[in-house]
Design a protein around this ligand. Sequence first.
Ligand code: PMP
Length: 394
Amino acid sequence: MFEQLKEQPADKILALMAAYREDPRDDKIDLGVGVYKDAEGKTPIMRAIKAAEKQLWEAEETKSYTGLAGDPGFADAMVSLVLGDAVARGSVAAAATPGGTGAVRQAFDLIKMANPNARVFVSDPTWPNHLSILKHMNIEHVPYRYFDAETGGVNFDGMMADLANVKAGDVVLLHGCCHNPTGANLTLPQWQEVVDLLNKTGAVPMIDIAYQGFGDGLEADAAATRLVASSCPEVLIAASCSKNFGIYRERTGLLMAVSSDPAKFKVNQGTLSYLNRQNFSFPPDHGARLVTMVLNDPALRADWEAELEEVRLGMLRLRQALADELRTLSGSDRFGFLAQHRGMFSRLGVGPDKVEAMREKHGIYMVGDSRMNIAGLNDMTIPKLAKAIIDVGC
Ligand code: PMP
């Protein structure tokens, strides 16, 4: 049997990490992998998470199974964090999943079950794992234009023209905030236009929200997701707790299926539990429990929000500093978009030759599509990066 297996393509970002580790240069800069890092290059455990972990260690009395959809308290806390009071709680079926990736995967499974002919429209570019999972599951995907390399912003006219081709029953995958890999995001009025188009065509929105709190703040980053959830009859939402709670390896996420028809709740909830059962049975609980404790305890929550805000403002400051440095060196404002982008990533919008030149000549590691992890920078490395960007002729 095993002789039938073929070598799978290496994950490009993981390969980049390995190349970085092997590079002997002292002043190399890692802007590759999508993990938040502080100024010392560490990915810290957030204070509130550490405190919740201590409390949990004292108080937890069993490691017996939770429910198939995870602990209902986790779903309640996360639905409230993501959706606020945009929709009635009774219209949201929800199940805990192993990370945001698990939620994305379960959502695709649900789509396939509900409509085997559904096509999933994905932004060009999107998080590569979206494409890889869709391919693995034999679900047809259709790219829609998204990034405008000239301006560094969203090509909204192109996006709307491409989305005009959706049919009823198709799914449109949208990043709730902090688009990965580009950092370019729609304005709320543009989201409204997307909602109107979806409602006109009968396509179903699926929102992947993995960076709530990393862009414009916890509430502002959820605004688009809330708009879609309150305006469309059916919405799928995959939320990740990896970044905003800093609990990457705990694998904590939630899949939500929102329906404006209250009669659908029972079947939707049952379907999410059923899909968990088929794929991994009970979802991981440790991270979900920490998140629930942090969100429900006013003191822990205040501390978490304060630390998340420090992280967010730190990244905004780095963006501005890089844009300013590039303005000085280039004598133009053509890199101003870097300060406008939101979240952990920015796509520089240059070809692979320039990305490679930056790696070879300057020891700067960014993903081949010119995605940079802004959190990989600090005040010392910004001038070096800016010089390299200009030096290789970007
Ligand atoms: N969606 C997007 C767009 C992401 O960038 C990520 C993290 N790289 C995820 C989902 C899921 O992350 P995780 O499975 O680690 O929660």
